[in-house]
Write a protein that binds this ligand. Structure first.
Ligand code: YOG
Length: 137
């Protein structure tokens, strides 16, 4: 798979994070904090189990899943909703559908030009984040 999705990645750009957070109903106070964070992704694979950690100085958020196996996700510390999530491969993209109260919710990850790309979707809003590999960690 995406050759080299595993590792520690540091955010280098973040477009329309605000719009995504508004679509999730995040308060102005938390949005202001979140917009200042230098997010990291730590992605590990243990056998067929993927672990994706979003790490920041404020809060961390971790999911683990097997591709093609639906799982219950509780977005604790984010918007605190329960969704049914399913991650699949579509070509070189790892795609997650998050079925729940919010329409058209999910994300897509892929590696391109040594960068980790992430699109976050919610109710028509698209946040685009790009990460560079942290070679020190
Ligand atoms: O990642 O779904 O990589 O789970 C998006 C935050 C900010 C809290 C981060 C804490 C959405 C206040 C996870 C940020 C905004 C704002 C660090 C995105 C919600 C609350 C945890 C995501 C996937 C794909 C893996």
């Amino acid at each position: 798979m995406p050759a080299g999705i595993c590792g520690t990645w540091d955010i280098i750009s973040n477009v329309n994070f605000e719009g995504y957070m508004i679509a999730l109903g995040i308060s102005p106070y938390l949005r202001k904090i979140a917009l200042k964070l230098k997010l990291k992704k730590v992605i590990e694979q243990h056998g067929d189990l993927y672990v994706v950690k979003t790490v920041s100085a404020f809060r961390n958020y971790t999911i683990s899943f097997r591709v093609g196996q639906e799982f219950e996700e509780f977005t604790q510390g984010l918007d605190n909703r329960h969704v049914k999530s399913l991650v699949t491969w579509e070509g070189n993209k790892l795609i997650c559908e998050q079925i729940g109260e919010k329409r058209n919710r999910g994300w897509a990850h892929w590696v391109e030009d040594d960068k980790l790309h992430l699109e976050l979707y919610c109710e028509g809003e698209i946040c685009k984040q790009v990460f560079k590999k942290n070679v020190a960690e």
